[in-house]
Design a protein around this ligand. Structure first.
Ligand code: CO
Length: 186
């Protein structure tokens, strides 16, 4: 019973902490002798950082823009729009957060040249199964990742092309209908 009371007391203090009261944060540490409260404090800080950097799915560090793209088992990318600056180095990480294998729910990131007919390209890509659904010698492709399945992750690095709006898709057969977005270079 005494333990429960202590637990409730700690919870109440944590609520104050999340309201941003620095002094309460100190008091909390004094009460929580088993490290639980300290861990909570750390989590709060992390949550704030994450909220600040993932709004657009991109972060910038030392002149490199990191784009974090995910694909899931529902045939969806997490980003509908990616914004970068012309000439900067883009590091794009594609993570398949689903569980289905590559042959059933494969995902890649394919960046297409301006003016590419997406449907026309995706139709050609659909028959290039022997080449991870990238048509041989396709001039419409600026850059692409490998095709991955559930739980896998892949990264590519490239220089952002000239300013403009480009389409990106997943070229696995049929996926482009849902899995496409705008790659905007400013
Ligand atoms: Co896909």
């Amino acid at each position: 019973m005494k333990n429960i009371q202590r637990f409730l007391m700690i919870l109440a203090t944590v609520v104050f902490v999340s309201c941003g009261d620095e002094k309460k944060e100190q008091e909390t540490i004094t009460i929580g002798e088993e490290g639980t409260v300290e861990r909570t404090t750390t989590t709060n800080t992390t949550a704030r950082d994450t909220a600040g950097t993932t709004a657009e799915g991109t972060t910038r560090q030392k002149g490199v823009v990191q784009v974090n793209l995910t694909g899931n088992d529902q045939m969806q990318f997490n980003l509908k729009e990616i914004r970068v600056k012309a000439g900067e180095t883009v590091r794009l990480t594609l993570k398949h957060v689903g569980q289905l294998p590559e042959n059933a729910m494969g995902h890649n990131f394919v960046l297409l040249r301006k003016g590419t007919d997406v449907v026309d390209f995706a139709t050609k890509a659909a028959s290039a199964s022997q080449n991870e659904y990238i048509p041989e010698g396709a001039e419409q492709v600026i850059v692409h990742t490998e095709m991955i399945g559930g739980g896998e992750e892949t990264s590519i690095e490239f220089t952002a092309p000239e300013a403009g709006t480009y389409d990106f898709i997943c070229s696995f057969p049929g996926h482009y209908i849902q899995m496409q977005g705008k790659f905007i270079v400013e």
